[in-house]
Design a protein around this ligand. Structure first.
Ligand SMILES: C[S@@+](CC[C@H](N)C(=O)[O-])C[C@H]1O[C@@H](n2cnc3c(N)ncnc32)[C@H](O)[C@@H]1O
Length: 312
């Protein structure tokens, strides 16, 4: 389970709770993220656990969904993220309905059968055994409660005005790196996790698993926050995928994003697409075993017959 292998920084030195990057990323996809929460139809008054809440960027969307009677518990392994989350909600209308605690997904500080919803965004990519972690979270849900997991999938990313062959090599290098990085002493990461989530939820024992896909498309002119997000992604690919990329590919790739003349983000024909996955599953509490008094209906076997049967 990820509890022994919690990721704090990646190889670029980018902390997972790099607040500025996370905030800008969140704002750059504000429209899609609003839809993601709205489409889940979370009931007013729900108790929601935001598992791996980071700096609390989803809190306001969750608060809108649950209304003034609901409550939210954000948990994260990172104290810095939790302090930021606390500050962000300190003056919001929902401030008295929100609490943040330091904890791990595998050991939620919540009674069994207490939560209506466990929501977890952009965390499953760091879980080395997602099905085991989801199964550990299940019992904290009420009977019929739901786990909602949101994550990315690099297999769905396309830059339409970058050489497809270069793009394919960059993605392949990244995928190969994610397959071997644990052996090299780096923490687990699966940036292709989005399309696998439904399978993980089923394997963890959730039923009525539903997958929603959100196509994120941006074209020229690119909003400043989305540009910042893409520049972060582009750099991330090369620093972590570098062991499997030629020097020439690294130079060409970075030129696409950082060269003033050849910058693909500024071109008229710029078009970027990716798909984000939101998967939900229902938890059913194990039924208490019922013992029927069958023995009352069974004919009693005379002692002598039993003894004879044994002797023969
Ligand atoms: C990429 S951030 C996402 C934060 C937030 N959910 C969002 O979407 O903006 C991942 C967060 O998961 C936390 N995290 C990773 N593994 C964890 C674990 N096993 N238990 C608790 N938190 C974890 C990290 O500390 C980090 O804040």
């Amino acid at each position: 389970m990820a509890v022994d292998n919690v990721v704090h920084v990646n190889e670029c030195g980018l902390p997972l709770n790099a607040i500025e990057w996370l905030v800008t990323h969140h704002e750059s996809k504000a429209f899609e993220r609003e839809c993601m929460i709205r489409d889940q139809h979370i009931a007013q008054g729900s108790f929601v656990v935001d598992a791996g809440c980071g700096p609390g960027l989803w809190t306001s969307l969750l608060a809108q969904a649950i209304g003034p009677e609901g409550s939210i518990l954000g948990i994260d392994i990172s104290t810095e993220a939790l302090v930021t989350a606390q500050k962000r909600s300190a003056h919001a209308w929902y401030r008295n309905q929100v609490q943040y605690k330091r904890a791990v997904l595998e050991q939620l500080p919540v009674d069994h059968g207490a939560a209506d919803i466990i929501f977890s965004a952009n965390v499953s990519q760091y879980l080395d055994d997602p099905a085991a972690t989801f199964a550990a979270m299940g019992p904290h849900l009420k009977d019929g409660g739901r786990l909602i997991v949101k994550d990315i999938d690099f297999g769905t990313m396309r830059f339409h005005n970058i050489d497809p062959a270069l793009q394919a090599r960059v993605f392949q290098a990244r995928e190969r790196w994610e397959q071997v990085r644990v052996e090299q002493g780096y923490a687990f990461e699966d940036s292709w996790v989005g399309s696998k989530l439904a399978g993980y939820l089923r394997a963890a024992g959730f039923t009525n698993v539903q997958e929603h896909m959100y196509r994120v498309r941006r074209k020229n002119p690119l909003p400043a926050n989305f540009r910042y997000y893409l520049l972060g992604i582009a750099e991330w690919f090369t620093c972590e995928g570098a062991p499997f990329l030629s020097g020439e590919d690294i130079t060409n790739w970075l030129q696409c994003f950082f060269d003033e003349q050849q910058n693909v983000l500024d071109k008229e024909n710029f078009l970027y697409e990716e798909t984000e996955f939101v998967v939900s599953g229902m938890w059913s509490a194990p039924q208490t075993r019922r013992y029927f008094e069958f023995y009352q209906e069974l004919p009693l076997v005379p002692e002598r017959e039993v003894l004879l049967a044994v002797v023969e």
